[in-house]
Design a protein around this ligand. Structure first.
Ligand code: SF4
Ligand code: SF4
Length: 370
């Protein structure tokens, strides 16, 4: 097995860098940080006002589409599991699953694992060695075989102590590879941003993530190896995706892929399976650096000024919710989240506006429904 090592192509202040603590993510911070105007608020805030407004893209049908799009992500108890407690006999027997599959040709084997990832729904897939810098220092760990909805019920109600978000996170020993998957979001729906069909595209993207990681995790276990299935949890998805050759970091703070720009959701499966890693896409990273210096389309599209108009990336974070000590364009996610709450859903303006998203034509929400 080769041990390929590539230098991460972004400048990091290694002496000051600390692994990110998930409680600083805005989705969690709004639960405990009383200094935020969004403290205690979530998308339901304003929702009746929107539904009654008659505004295109904010009807009850639009919101029904969004909320239902989350179904698999929210309700499927096996989506984010770290292990298989017992071999489940679903009619194929289990004995053949116990031994490690003997890999005769690593290149062919890696290609088959990637094929499986795409078969289960990934639009793009890459493999990287695990860099522990990107693993959260601490965060929320879902109880085994418990859905997102059930595991976060108390947290979302504000009934759980902050300490539930501060569990130290360490991957099991030997999980040294990560398979990173990007899932394309619907082009027409995203083009309606910030209206609700764009939020629905994100919601369905999350459910597709849950499906893809669950199936890929089981595929890996059926071959006798271990798998840790993750959405946004456990580790920072964007640097892992960059390590896996999927793209570059844009001014909008998102992963830009050559194929779909930022119009993707990212999920990942950590494993102890031997796999050939992908090269970082250095030429695309250079291209994005050049384009972002003079483009500003995402910053112009952002209704709250959350995206910086600095010409060059800096080491200056916008708030404690940024993963700092990396030279990049920092997004003011506090301002971004203010708009999400106002909008009763996520936004997507900075995804739709990015030329790398390759949106052919922009639709209204009414046109989306035709
Ligand atoms: S999601 Fe919307 S509010 Fe947030 S940074 Fe992008 S454009 Fe701005
Ligand atoms: S819209 Fe322009 S500046 Fe923003 S991320 Fe895309 S290419 Fe970069």
């Amino acid at each position: 097995m080769q041990a390929k090592k590539q230098v991460f192509p972004y400048e990091i202040d290694e002496t000051s860098y600390n692994r990110f603590e998930q409680k600083f993510n805005m989705i969690y911070r709004r639960l405990w940080d009383k200094s935020l105007p969004t403290y205690g608020k979530m998308f339901e805030y304003n929702i009746d006002k929107h539904i009654n407004s008659g505004e295109d893209g904010y009807s009850r049908i639009d919101f029904a589409l969004v909320a239902a799009g989350w179904t698999v992500y929210e309700k499927f108890p096996f989506a984010f599991t770290w292990r298989r407690e017992d071999l489940m006999d679903i009619g194929y027997g289990v004995n053949w699953m116990r031994k490690k599959y003997r890999i005769s040709d690593l290149k062919t084997f890696t290609a088959k694992v990637k094929k499986a990832a795409k078969f289960y729904g990934a639009s793009l897939v890459g493999v990287a060695n695990v860099d522990t810098k990107w693993i959260y220092k601490s965060g929320f760990i879902r109880p085994a075989a418990t859905s997102e909805t059930d595991s976060k019920e108390a947290i979302r109600k504000g009934d759980a102590p902050v300490s539930i978000l501060e569990t130290p996170i360490e991957l099991p020993e030997g999980m040294d590879k990560v398979i990173v998957m990007a899932i394309e979001m619907d082009q027409v729906a995203i083009s309606t941003a910030p209206a609700q069909p764009a939020s629905a595209a994100a919601a369905v993207g999350y459910s597709k993530m849950a499906f893809a990681i669950a199936c890929l995790g089981e595929f890996i276990r059926n071959l006798g190896y271990r798998a840790v299935q993750c959405g946004n949890d456990t580790a920072l998805s964007i640097p892992l995706a960059i390590d896996a050759g999927l793209g570059a970091l844009g001014r909008n703070g998102l992963l830009l892929t050559p194929e779909y720009g930022p119009r993707v959701r990212i999920c990942k499966v950590f494993t102890d399976m031997p796999l050939i890693t992908d090269d970082i896409n250095l030429s695309f990273i250079e291209k994005v650096k050049e384009v972002c210096r003079t483009c500003y389309k995402c910053a112009d599209a952002c209704e709250t000024g959350a995206i910086t108009k600095e010409i060059d990336p800096t080491f200056e974070p916008a708030s404690i919710s940024n993963n700092s000590c990396v030279r990049k364009y920092y997004v003011d996610v506090e301002k971004c989240f203010d708009f999400w709450i106002e909008n009763s859903g996520d936004c997507g303006n900075c995804i739709a506006a990015c030329p790398f998203s390759k949106i052919q034509s922009f639709s209204t929400s009414s046109e989306f429904w035709k």
